[in-house]
Write a protein that binds this ligand. Sequence first.
Ligand code: MTE
Length: 325
Amino acid sequence: MLIRRSSGIKSYEITDRDAFLKRREFMRAAAGLGIVGGLYSAGMVMSGKAHAGTRLPGVTKSAYTVNDPLTPLEAITSYNNYYEFGTDKDDPARQAGKLKTRPWQVKVEGEIKKPKVYDIDELLKLAPLEERVYRMRCVEGWSMVIPWVGFPLAELIKRVEPTGNAKFIEFVTLLDPAQMPGQGVRVLQWPYVEGLRMDEAMHPLTLLTLGLYGEALPNQNGAPVRVVVPWKYGFKSAKAIVKIRFTEQQPKTSWELAGPGEYGFYSNVNPTVDHPRWSQAKERRIEKGSVLDSLFDKKRDTLMFNGYGDQVAQLYAGMDLKKNF
Ligand code: MTE
């Protein structure tokens, strides 16, 4: 991941030269679009919370819930990775508020018997909404505990009836540089693409996510619909999904294309396999979310499969997780 160099930031957060240049390129493009002035003028800074959606009806609490203390909403909505809106942690909260999330459609296609275009409001009613408190571990070395709202992705998959050829599932984020200024910069290949193996996608923990803290998803967290895969690094959880495609071949994901030696297709949280540029043994649990506050966040051991090993380890039985990182 591309992380800004800043005094006081820990060594694993130091940007390499390439990333620094890409960031400069981003700022230049942003200036071209006339957004840099706005970015830094206090009057234009929008609070992420103001864009949190309406209360979601009929949400029940799920047994798939961890007991760790919740990360405050303020931190979840102000410390984000969402490169379509810039590479700094506070860019999405400042810029994603303008993204139009209605009307919104999700096209489900590929190796299925019943291809269908879902309107977002139809999707919201597809299955009972559950609140699930999941740990989220970013590949950069920080983590949060988030009360998501959604339903198992398997509910959608069952309805579209995959064919025998469906081995993988691909998630595609909206491509719209007019609304997503970060797409004017080639930090990643756009649109953002992620993927899972079919058994991972069908796993009951894999959540098609429509909200958090009981409300519709804030834009900076991937409104109106994203996926959340809690035993994998956060980048597997694609935001603002417009297409779900069932494929025979393993999808080429945006991060694999950007750094094949650094970001693997599986990307299961694994404290024994380091990122080439930093250790994955520990993580910083975000408490408040500002860069200053983050200096005081507590370090804790990272757990294999992010603590979800009992539920998911059997998916990888017999696989070499160092090779299939
Ligand atoms: N999805 C899209 N479309 N674009 C992104 O840049 N960033 C990923 C993931 N999904 C990203 C994305 C990364 S690196 C992480 S850690 C999580 O979103 C962050 O989710 P959050 O901002 O809701 O905490």
